[in-house]
Design a binder for this molecule. Structure first.
Ligand code: GLN
Length: 490
């Protein structure tokens, strides 16, 4: 299908300017080379930490506001080769650090369901653009939940692929061992079409790989819906495990973390609905537990900040970034550039990262976090099977919440920075384990979407798509009021 930016579409685009999804202007009239791929002729948006040659690459940071990329990310190149075309860059939390997109130094992005609320983050601009119907799909990045959480807040589908399944070439690194490029889309089928194009080994990213031959196909032919076992990881089990650890270790911060991990009643309602719907489709549901998950957030933030402090060292205004007008000497130049260019959250994380990597302290923090990470991965693999397909699987996927709340507001109705980090619990485990996870809208409660996610075996994205497609057939995904579709469903 070929999209044309008609008068009525341009008017529609103007009406949705209130959500501030794009950084700068989105350009919908462009040349592209058509193909017979289902994505041919479709516009798409890109989180502004993924490069497109000749376009700005701000990463939501003042430091990079004036930088243009000299090359295009592999994932984007692959989509362009199929005839899809880039319309613009979307807003994000600075360098992907956050859960609201409010950490962008450049502008605010609002949730299309309620513009007084955040779209989630850090891929909030991409999620808002898809939810408002400005594009059928968008690229984001997911280091600890940044595709799935905004997808849940905005009522769209969000895929975090298996680690290495999509090339990271052209993605500005935040925490390299955790992250990957992900997909936000209006429907499950579209998400699958996009993933089919962008996945695969790329010589420009040595951590990328093709799916192993024994991995399930991206779409199972002649499949019987419901013929699979889904493990259910309930929030109450996880929150209880953290609270027990808090009591044993007498740690007040863990106690607060347990409170932050508890689901609001509306999210519980959505989760129960998802369980009931999957059961009615014939899926076999069993309860599962991952005990080591209680240390998931501390491990995630130790590893993520350690890697961020190293990755962000390149932004010194010499190699990249805005330069101060005046400096005493080269060290002073770098200090001034970073002081003026980075926002508070970024500075906090660089400080934390350098702290946990300090010589003599690695055993206490970084290496301990890596051991917790290995334990979490082993627990998931014992249920789902390993990445090389040598072990048998006990279950096909795990259903779990995405985030303890629906889209939150600003000011008093916001979540504290601590609560936002503690709430990453349900998403960051897929990153720690390197596994694929697909977030989708379970239902709308109180006027806001509630998302849930399915987590799968490495390179078994196809299984997740099949299950979510069954769900979507009986519970079509919702849209915010004022939504219009300008392209056909795939
Ligand atoms: N909330 C997480 C963080 O701030 C998500 C980050 C991400 O996935 N980019 O680190």
């Amino acid at each position: 299908m070929r999209f044309t930016a008609t008068e009525s579409f341009l008017k529609y685009l103007k009406e949705w300017e209130k959500i501030g999804a794009f950084i700068g202007e989105a350009k919908f009239s462009q040349d592209f080379s058509e193909s017979d791929d289902p994505l041919s002729g479709l516009p798409f948006a890109i989180k502004d930490n993924i490069t497109v040659k000749g376009l700005p690459i701000t990463c939501g940071s003042r430091l990079l506001e004036c930088v243009k990329s000299p090359f295009t990310a592999t994932a984007v190149e692959k989509l362009e080769a199929k005839g899809a075309f880039v319309v613009g860059k979307t807003n994000l939390d600075e360098f992907g650090m956050g859960s609201s997109t409010d950490n962008s130094a450049l502008q605010k992005t609002n949730n299309p369901w309620d513009t007084s609320r955040v779209p989630g983050g850090s891929s909030g601009g991409s999620a808002a653009a898809v939810a408002a119907g400005l594009v059928p799909f968008a690229l984001g990045s997911d280091t600890g939940g940044s595709v799935r959480q905004p997808a849940a807040f905005c009522g769209v589908v969000g895929l975090k692929p298996t680690y290495g399944a999509v090339s990271r070439f052209g993605l500005v690194s935040y925490a390299s061992s955790l992250e990957g490029i992900g997909v936000l889309a209006d429907t499950t089928a579209r998400c699958r079409d996009v993933f089919a194009v962008i996945r695969g080994k790329d010589d420009k990213d040595q951590t990328s790989r093709d799916a192993p031959p024994k991995a399930p196909p991206l779409k199972e032919k002649n499949r019987k819906p419901g013929a699979r076992t889904i493990g259910v990881l309930s929030a109450s089990t996880v929150a209880k495990a953290i609270a027990t650890a808090a009591a044993q270790e007498g740690m007040e911060s863990l106690e607060r973390a347990a409170q932050a991990a508890a689901l609001e009643p509306e999210v519980t309602e959505g989760f129960e609905q998802a369980k009931a719907t999957l059961a009615s489709l014939g899926y076999h549901l069993i309860d599962v537990e991952i005990p080591s998950l209680k240390y998931g957030v501390p491990a995630y933030y130790t590893i993520a900040t350690a890697e961020a402090s190293a990755n962000l060292a390149r932004f010194d205004s010499v190699r990249y970034g805005a330069r101060p007008d005046w400096a005493e000497n080269p060290d002073d130049l770098i200090d001034r550039a970073r002081e003026a260019g980075f926002g508070d959250e970024v500075k906090l994380r660089i400080l934390l990262g350098t702290f946990v990597l300090r010589s003599g302290f690695q055993d206490r923090y970084y290496l301990r976090a890596q051991r917790i990470r290995a334990g979490i991965r082993a627990s998931f693999e014992s249920l789902l099977g390993d990445a090389d397909y040598t072990q048998p699987a006990q279950i096909d996927a795990i259903l779990l919440p995405v985030f303890p709340t629906r889209a939150f507001g600003r000011g008093e109705s916001s979540l504290s920075p601590f609560a936002q980090k503690a709430a990453d619990l349900y998403t960051c485990c897929a990153n720690l384990a390197g596994l694929p996870a697909l977030s989708f809208p379970a239902m709308v409660v109180g006027g806001l979407p509630v998302g849930v996610q399915l987590l799968g075996r490495a390179f078994a994205e196809g299984v997740l798509f099949d299950i979510v497609e069954d769900y979507e057939k009986v519970r079509p995904f919702p849209h915010p009021s004022g939504f219009k579709a300008f392209w056909d469903a795939p």
